[in-house]
Design a binder for this molecule. Structure first.
Ligand SMILES: N[C@@H](CCC(=O)N[C@@H](CS)C(=O)NCC(=O)O)C(=O)O
Length: 195
């Protein structure tokens, strides 16, 4: 399959890491977001919504939305709990990631780190709201190794990339000891190179 993504984007890294972890062969096509590269006619023929990540399978079909992609790639694998309730809990965290975590943590990190915006140009609510989100993750992880059940799942994979980048958005990740320990566990399991 062909993965079109931006290596600086957590949404895109979810797809790369899922493919690597599942030993799926893929070709990576770097498409820099925020530069207009996702608005060309060629790119829009892959994803008319103009966003990375998008995957093109051997048969020509395409799929976008990071969490939809990783759910499809991981179908039938241990990354998706067999138990229906655990699976629903995994979805709970994945929906939360897209609606509550990513729009705060990833957005502030993009403004600070990728776009180089100054504090006066950034919504001042993003920093305290992100700290609350990291605190919620920390509380959940206290006494747990993984977000759902006793094994690494797509809930962990979906939450990892932007949480791991959160210091680049000015969030004090060092305050959240259980999150830090969880990041280290995920890094070891996924064999990620140091940031
Ligand atoms: N909910 C989508 C979000 C995708 C998204 O926002 N992609 C950004 C990069 S992270 C993008 O392609 N933006 C268009 C652009 O900036 O060119 C997902 O999870 O895949």
């Amino acid at each position: 399959m062909d993965i079109f993504g931006d290596d600086r984007s957590g949404n895109c890294l979810k797809v790369r890491w899922a493919a690597q972890h599942l030993n799926l062969s893929y070709r990576w096509h770097e498409v820099l977001a925020l530069t207009g590269a996702t608005a060309t006619p060629e790119f829009l023929s892959l994803n008319p919504l103009g966003q990375v990540p998008v995957v093109r399978f051997k048969d020509g079909r395409t799929l976008a939305q990071s969490n939809a992609i990783i759910l499809y790639l991981a179908e039938g694998s241990p990354l998706i709990p067999a138990d229906a309730f655990d699976r629903a809990k995994m979805y709970e965290w994945m929906f939360w990631e897209q609606y509550s975590h990513e729009p705060i943590i990833a957005v502030r990190r993009a403004k600070v780190h990728l776009l180089g915006q100054t504090e006066d140009a950034i919504d001042p609510n993003l920093l305290p709201r992100g700290e609350v989100i990291l605190g919620q993750m920390d509380a959940h992880l206290h006494g747990r190794d993984w977000f759902v059940g006793k094994a690494f799942s797509l809930a962990d994979l979906a939450l990892l990339p932007y949480t791991r980048f959160s210091h680049q958005g000015g969030f004090e990740i060092g305050r959240f000891r259980d999150v830090l320990a969880w990041i280290a566990r995920c890094e070891a399991l996924l064999e990620l190179p140091p940031l």
